[in-house]
Ligand binder design. Sequence first.
Ligand SMILES: Cc1cc2nc3c(=O)[nH]c(=O)nc-3n(C[C@H](O)[C@H](O)[C@H](O)COP(=O)(O)O)c2cc1C
Length: 158
Amino acid sequence: MPVSSEEFRAALSRFPSGVTVVTSRDEENRFHGITVSAFCSLSLEPPRVLVCIEKTTGSHEALLWSRTFVVNFLSEGQRELSERFASQLDDKFDEVEFSTGIDGIPLLSGCLVTLECRITNSFDGGDHSIFVGEVETATVNDGDPILYFRGDYRSISA
Ligand SMILES: Cc1cc2nc3c(=O)[nH]c(=O)nc-3n(C[C@H](O)[C@H](O)[C@H](O)COP(=O)(O)O)c2cc1C
């Protein structure tokens, strides 16, 4: 018998993760940003990572078109950014500090790590797609990450 959706959600929520915001740009030059915990390192040589993006999101369309994305690892104090980029706000970038990087995509300020990626492959994963990106630049800053576990934000130092 297949796992029920409640059991599946309960099981997956017990896997602790960091939180990222994946930023991109669409055909009409609009910025997109989506809170993503389904991020994973994939390959060292060549340097590759993957993100899993739900097909119904605006970001999914933007990634299919732009073929580039940026992964911003959120720091401990950036819970508000996680909530903002998980919302359906019209302009998620309003009053958010950022510069621009690869293909003019937003690089969020104050993040622990910023990875600028060029998409090499994408795969069907059910209601999500898996996007594989080759990392062109990695910017690393000091600090602690924000964590996500059982539907809530946690601190590494708590
Ligand atoms: C902590 C957290 C982690 C999330 N992880 C993912 C994820 O890995 N992939 C995904 O597609 N959506 C994820 N979501 C949901 C999206 O952030 C949410 O659907 C967002 O509103 C989509 O934005 P868009 O439609 O503007 O692109 C997550 C949400 C939260 C709060």
